[in-house]
Write a protein that binds this ligand. Structure first.
Ligand SMILES: Cc1cc2nc3c(=O)[nH]c(=O)nc-3n(C[C@H](O)[C@H](O)[C@H](O)COP(=O)(O)OP(=O)(O)OC[C@H]3O[C@@H](n4cnc5c(N)ncnc54)[C@H](O)[C@@H]3O)c2cc1C
Length: 465
C-alpha cells in the first residue's frame, strides 16, 4: 500500500513539515481550512501576520536545509526582504543602548519582511518544487487508538470523510485541538505549562519617509526589573519601502487600538526614538491588536503518545512574540522530523516519539528565554519567580550590561536568543568571567546613530527622554 502523510494546517509549520516528508512518502496531503491566497496577502486564520514577524537565523537555516533547491531566502531578498545584523541594529535594552559593530556574520543576520511575503514565498516554494498537495478541508478528529493514530476525519465541501495516513502531523497552530482529540482516543495527562503576562500587541504599517530608507531595525525593550508593566516597541523595515511597527504592553500597560494613540504610546516608551521616527511617517492602514501572546507549552514528548502522530509549531508551544521565536521553533521542529526520517522508517516503533523529543529541544530553549523575562512583570499569571530565578535574572542583567559594550558577549548572547546555542551556554566559563568582571565602559548615553541616521532623527524632533 502506498505511504501517505497527512499534515493538518497549511501555514509555516505545516508547509515545512510537508517539505520534510515528501521524499519519504508516496503522498503528502496538507489539510487547510482557510483559502490560501495566490500572492502575498493577509488571510483570515493568520491574524498575527499583521504584526512584526522576524525570522531568526536558526529558522532561516532550517528552511534552507529542508528546501535546499528552492532558495526561499534568496527569493525573499529578491522580493524586498531586508537582512539585519543583530549586532548592528538599534537596540535599547534594560541596561542601556547596545553597541553597534560593523562585523557581519551570517549567524547573526535576522530576516525582516512581512509575514504575508514569507508565507507566500514558502508556500510557493513547497508547492512548486515538491509533489505536496494542499486540500481545502478542516480536520475534525484523529482516527485510530491510544496506541496508533491511523488517519484524520475531515470536513470538506460539507461532507465528512476519513483519510487514512501512516503519519499525521498536527501543525494547526495555537488553536490546535490535539489534546482534545487525543483525549477522545484515551490519551490524557499531557503536561502543560503557562506564563501569561497579559501582553497586548498593536501594529501599524508606515511608508518609510524620505531620508530614512536605510534606517535599521529598531527595538526599545521593556525593563522587567521595574515592577511596572513592560512596554516595548519594534520598528521593522519590510519590503516595498515600509516600516511595520509593533508596540506591546503587559497587563496594566496595554496599547490602545485607537490610531491617534499609537504614536503617543511609542513616544512614551523607555526611549522616544520609535515615536519620533513614526511621527514623520505616513500611516498606511489601521492599527491591529493581538492578545494571542501567552507562553504556553504542551510537553507531548513526556506523555504516552500514540504512534503515527507528531505535533509541531504553535500546536506544541507559543511564546511571547516580542522574542521572535515561534516561526523558527516551527522550522526547527520540521527539521527534527526531516533528520529523523533520514535515520528511521516512518512506520518504525517509536518514530513519532523520537521526533517529538528532538523537536522539544528548541521548544525548551525558546520557552526558557521567553518566560525568564515574562515572569517578572506585574500580575503575571502562571508562575512566581523562585530564588534561583532571581539569581539567574541578576546574572543575565549583568551580562546584558556587559553586552552593551562587548562584541564577544553580545554575539554569544545573541546566539542563545536566536536558538543557535543552548541557554546553558550563558554559563560557559569565558562568558561567566566576562560577566562577573563587569562592563569595561559605560553604554552610550543616547542611540548610537550613524551620521545619516542622526541627520534624519534631528530633522523630526528632539530625542530628550
Ligand atoms: C503578535 C505576534 C507576533 C509574532 N511575531 C513573531 C516573530 O517576530 N517571529 C516569529 O518567529 N514568530 C512570531 N510570532 C509567532 C508566529 O506567528 C507563530 O509561531 C507561527 O505562525 C506558527 O506557525 P504554525 O504553522 O504553527 O501556526 P499558524 O501560523 O497559526 O497556522 C496554523 C494553520 O492551521 C490551520 N488550521 C487550524 N486548524 C485547522 C484544522 N482543524 N483543519 C485544517 N486547518 C487548520 C489554520 O488555518 C492555519 O493556516 C508572532 C505571533 C504573534 C501572535
Amino acid at each position: 500500500m502506498s505511504r501517505r502523510a497527512v499534515v493538518i494546517g497549511g501555514s509555516l509549520a505545516g508547509m515545512l513539515a510537508a517539505a520534510a516528508l515528501f521524499r519519504s512518502m508516496d503522498e503528502v496531503i496538507v489539510l487547510e481550512r482557510d483559502e490560501l491566497p495566490d500572492r502575498p496577502s493577509p488571510r483570515k486564520r493568520i491574524p498575527q501576520a499583521r504584526h512584526a514577524h522576524i525570522l531568526l537565523p536558526s529558522g532561516r537555516d532550517a528552511i534552507r536545509e529542508l528546501l535546499p533547491v528552492a532558495n526561499v531566502h534568496g527569493r525573499l531578498l529578491a522580493s524586498g526582504a531586508r537582512e539585519q545584523s543583530m549586532t548592528d541594529m538599534l537596540g535599547f535594552g534594560p541596561q542601556g543602548w547596545y553597541g553597534r559593530w560593523a562585523t557581519v556574520t551570517e549567524d547573526l543576520l535576522l530576516t525582516c519582511c512581512s509575514r504575508d511575503l514569507l508565507d507566500w514565498t514558502l508556500r510557493d516554494a513547497v508547492l512548486g518544487t515538491t509533489p505536496v498537495r494542499v486540500r481545502r478541508a478542516e480536520a475534525l478528529s484523529l482516527l485510530g487508538t491510544a496506541e496508533r493514530v491511523t488517519g484524520v476525519r475531515v470536513l470538506s465541501e460539507g461532507l465528512q470523510e476519513d483519510l487514512r495516513a501512516d503519519l499525521v502531523v498536527d501543525a494547526s497552530g495555537r488553536g490546535s485541538r490535539a489534546e482534545h482529540w487525543l483525549e477522545a482516543l484515551g490519551v490524557t495527562d499531557i503536561p502543560t505549562d503557562e506564563v501569561d503576562s497579559g501582553l497586548v500587541c498593536a501594529s501599524r504599517v508606515f511608508r518609510v519617509p524620505r531620508g530614512a530608507e536605510d534606517f535599521p531595525l529598531t527595538q526599545i525593550e521593556a525593563d522587567p526589573a521595574t515592577s511596572r508593566p513592560g512596554r516595548s516597541g519594534t520598528l521593522v523595515p519590510i519590503e516595498d519601502g515600509r516600516w511595520l511597527v509593533t508596540l506591546a504592553g503587559t497587563r496594566g500597560g496595554e496599547p490602545s487600538p485607537r490610531p491617534e494613540a499609537f504614536t503617543d504610546f511609542a513616544l512614551g516608551l523607555r526611549h522616544p526614538l520609535i515615536g519620533r521616527l513614526i511621527s514623520a511617517a505616513e500611516p498606511l492602514g489601521e492599527v491591529f491588536l493581538s492578545r494571542s501572546t501567552r507562553n504556553r507549552r504542551r510537553d507531548f514528548e513526556k506523555a504516552a503518545m500514540p504512534e503515527g502522530l507528531v505535533v509541531l509549531g504553535d500546536a506544541v508551544a507559543t511564546f511571547n512574540p516580542v522574542h521572535g521565536q515561534g516561526m523558527s521553533v516551527a522550522a526547527l521542529g520540521a527539521q527534527a522530523l526531516s533528520r529523523q526520517l533520514r535515520q528511521t522508517d516512518v512506520t518504525a516503533p517509536g518514530f513519532a516519539r523520537d521526533v517529538q523529543r528532538a523537536a522539544a529541544r528548541s521548544v525548551s530553549a525558546a520557552y526558557t528565554v521567553s518566560t525568564s523575562q515574562d515572569q517578572w512583570f506585574p500580575e503575571v499569571v502562571g508562575r512566581a519567580p523562585t530564588l534561583s530565578d532571581r539569581l539567574i535574572s541578576q546574572y543575565l542583567g549583568r551580562m546584558a550590561r556587559v553586552a552593551t559594550t562587548s562584541y564577544t558577549v553580545s554575539a554569544a548572547r545573541c546566539k542563545v536568543l536566536t536558538l543557535q546555542a543552548d541557554p546553558s551556554r550563558l554559563l560557559h566559563s569565558e562568558l561567566l568571567m566576562a560577566t562577573l568582571k563587569g562592563p569595561g565602559t559605560e553604554p552610550q548615553a543616547g542611540p548610537p546613530l550613524t551620521f545619516e541616521e542622526s541627520a534624519f532623527v534631528e530633522s523630526v524632533g528632539p530625542l530628550a527622554v
